[in-house]
Ligand binder design. Structure first.
Ligand code: NAP
Length: 275
């Protein structure tokens, strides 16, 4: 079975649209503010996806180019948006420029408007399995598995990667779903044998087509979070495309987790609104 994120997103967007529309009928417009501290081709491309999504579901989007702002100016802007009742959610895009500490900057963000789950407060709530705003890529991984009814309770799940934005929150979300979770990282000894034990494998290693046949058992459900481009400019993931012939259930790249990331962001915006 192919865990097709495009199909899942086309289904999940309907519920989001309906909820946003209900708010509109009551004269309330959901508004997302995006702060970009670094503006380059990658940040522009990332923004385009969110623009399209906001337009589709009827969310207002306001973008702030902060590439020439000082730390103090960024903090002032965050405080202003925190206090603006018309602003539902705030997202401060990574990467941060040199000399700006992201933990410090995120500490000024109102956790109730933190729609990409970057504050320590939301991370703590996730750890306690309480309602919170979860990093959107991590949430997208779980949404994809939920859409395709991937059984998690009691399953041996291996997560490759432990970044703050993907691997670590995915592992915690899986524990909250009663999976038995192993997290692997760059110091893991014998990664292939750890991966081979998995009934479900989530890969967020950030290395183009790194995971190949020698890491996989064919009955494992494989979810690939990676995004890369090959020498022909074609998108690919952290898992080698050659494995698609041999795996029974996997998320491809493209059309896997990617299309659900902005869906997860919109779901977070709705949670923020309810908060
Ligand atoms: P990251 O911050 O670079 O983290 C990579 C993780 O993989 C780290 O925990 C690292 O371990 C581990 N790792 C690196 N080399 C390894 C090795 N040889 N063996 C075992 N573990 C290894 O990357 P990320 O931000 O989590 O992103 C992961 C992937 O997801 C990337 O391809 C990125 O492009 C993609 N991504 C996709 C979306 C989406 O919307 N689909 C969004 C965000 C990111 P250490 O902690 O020990 O260094």
């Amino acid at each position: 079975m192919i865990l097709d994120g495009k199909i899942a997103s086309e289904s999940l967007i309907l519920d989001i649209k309906e909820k946003v529309e209900k708010y509109r009928e009551n004269g309330e417009i959901l508004k997302l503010c995006v702060l970009q501290l670094v503006v380059d081709d990658a940040s522009k491309a990332y923004l385009r996806g969110r623009m399209k999504m906001c337009e589709k579901v009827g969310v207002e989007l306001e973008v702030y180019d902060c590439s020439n702002s000082s730390k103090e100016e960024v903090i002032e802007l965050i405080k202003r948006l925190n206090n603006d009742k018309k602003v539902t959610g705030i997202m401060i895009d990574r990467p941060f420029p040199k000399g700006m500490d992201e933990t410090e900057i995120f500490s000024y963000l109102d956790p109730k408007k933190d729609v990409d789950g970057c504050t320590i407060y939301n991370a703590g709530l996730l750890f306690q399995n309480k309602t919170c705003l979860i990093p959107s890529t991590a949430k997208a991984v779980l949404e994809l598995m939920k859409f395709y009814n991937v059984e998690l309770q009691g399953k041996r799940v291996v997560v490759v990667g432990r970044s703050k934005t993907v691997g670590a929150p995915v592992a915690q979300l899986l524990i909250n779903q009663n999976a038995t979770v192993t997290t692997c990282h760059s110091r893991t000894v014998d990664l292939p044998s750890e991966c081979k034990k998995a009934e479900v494998l989530v890969v967020a290693i950030g290395k183009k087509e790194f995971i190949d046949e020698k890491y996989l058992n064919k009955d494992c459900v494989v979810v690939d979070v990676g995004i890369h481009y090959d020498e022909f400019g074609k998108m690919c993931g952290d898992v080698a495309r050659s494995t698609y012939e041999f795996l029974t259930t996997y998320s491809p790249v493209p059309r896997g987790v990617g299309p659900l990331t902005n869906i997860a962001l919109m779901q977070n915006l709705l949670i923020a609104k309810e908060m």
